[in-house]
Design a protein around this ligand. Structure first.
Ligand code: PMV
Length: 355
């Protein structure tokens, strides 16, 4: 099944420099739990952001070794915790990108969003790194077409971090076998159905509730889904939510969209709170924000909703037309719940960019 991604053409490797930036993404239907080999338990659907991205540069030269030789700098500094993740990534992609044994790489990475703001950066980091690796592959085989380029970039980025495989495209993407034709467990695909106009310009304001490092990693959380008491029910729920979300995106049914997105966010955290061991990533301020948002929506009829990733920060999702309205609400009612009053106004994005 993964044979199409094994690099077989051997051309002379040269030195060079490649550079890509890749956006972060926010899942509306959540990936939580995996089978072996980074295969998701369920399909997920997300959209790419604009302002939150990682920019990565790889400068490489010929140098053979038995394990990929690299020097990694994050914001100009050595970061051993990232190196462990990159080692794991390289060992998993070796079979598909054997040419990384023929080069020595200097990898430099920058995040656009504030360092340690509590925003997960693995999706954009592995997205950008994978696109750079594919750019190196393209120097070896310039005949690679665009579809294959992005498909394999998504495939290898999945091996770095599952959610990263959805950071390879603009707007909405799907990863995991689902009702959408062509969707599969090995790589993400762009959402290939017509989206109603109301979702073309979605905004995502990320309220920074807690900047500290997560007490419980997503890797551990995914693992706890095997043998989870509610795993089977969760699969039934996610299938139903997936269909509802697709229906709302196509029909423009905003109420259905809101209900489904919030159901998914709470279901994700419910899985965490009912696993063995159980854990809670939300903070009391997360709940205060949710309560205030529900109250505001009831009173004003504004079409906004929230979602959460594996952390305490709250993503507020709304259409562009509601921007001023939502900004007023945030500055009057929510800013006091944010760490140092910080939040990021982002929007649905145009995808990765070759620099
Ligand atoms: O890609 P990972 O292993 O960090 O998992 C991310 C999981 C969630 O962010 C909670 C959900 C998702 O689909 O992005």
């Amino acid at each position: 099944m993964d044979n199409e991604f094994i690099f077989k053409d051997f051309f002379e490797i040269r030195s060079g420099k490649v550079q890509w930036r890749s956006p972060s993404n926010i899942a509306l239907i959540k990936y939580w739990g995996k089978k072996t080999g980074q295969i998701p338990l369920n399909p997920s659907l997300s959209f790419s952001l604009t302002k939150c991205f990682t920019k990565t540069t790889i400068t490489f030269k010929k140098n053979k070794s038995s394990f990929p030789k690299y020097h990694f700098l994050f914001h100009g500094e050595k970061t051993p915790s990232f190196e462990r993740k990159i080692d794991g990534f390289f060992s998993r992609i070796l079979k598909y990108c054997p040419y990384i044994l023929d080069i020595e790489m200097k990898i430099e990475s920058f995040n656009s969003f504030p360092h340690s703001s509590g925003i997960a950066s693995s999706a954009s980091s592995f997205g950008a790194l994978s696109l750079c690796i594919m750019e190196i592959e393209k120097t070896l085989n310039p005949k690679i077409d665009e579809v294959y380029f992005f498909k394999k970039a998504s495939f290898i980025s999945r091996l770095g971090s599952g959610s990263a495989c959805r950071s390879i495209y603009d707007k909405f993407s799907i990863w995991g076998e689902s009702i959408i034709s062509g969707s599969n467990d090995l790589y993400a695909i762009p959402f290939n159905k017509k989206i109603h106009n109301s979702f073309n310009y979605l905004c995502d304001t990320i309220l920074i509730v807690d900047k500290s490092k997560k007490e419980f990693s997503s890797t551990k959380g995914h693992e706890l889904m095997s043998g989870h008491f509610y795993a089977e029910s969760r699969m039934i729920q996610v299938e139903s939510n997936f269909s509802k979300l697709v229906e709302s995106l196509q029909s423009g049914n905003y109420d259905l969209f809101i209900k489904t997105v919030e159901s998914e966010a709470l279901a994700l955290h419910a899985m965490m709170m009912t696993s063995d061991p159980y854990f809670i990533l939300m903070k009391s301020r997360t709940l205060e924000i949710i309560k205030a948002l529900w109250e505001f929506r009831r009173a004003s009829g504004t079409k906004l909703c929230f979602t959460l990733d594996a952390g305490a920060n709250v993503h507020i999702i709304y259409p562009r037309e509601e921007f001023n309205n939502v900004q007023n609400f945030i500055s009057q009612k929510l800013i006091s719940y944010c760490e140092n009053g910080e939040f990021i106004n982002d929007t649905i994005g145009t995808g990765p960019l070759k620099l």
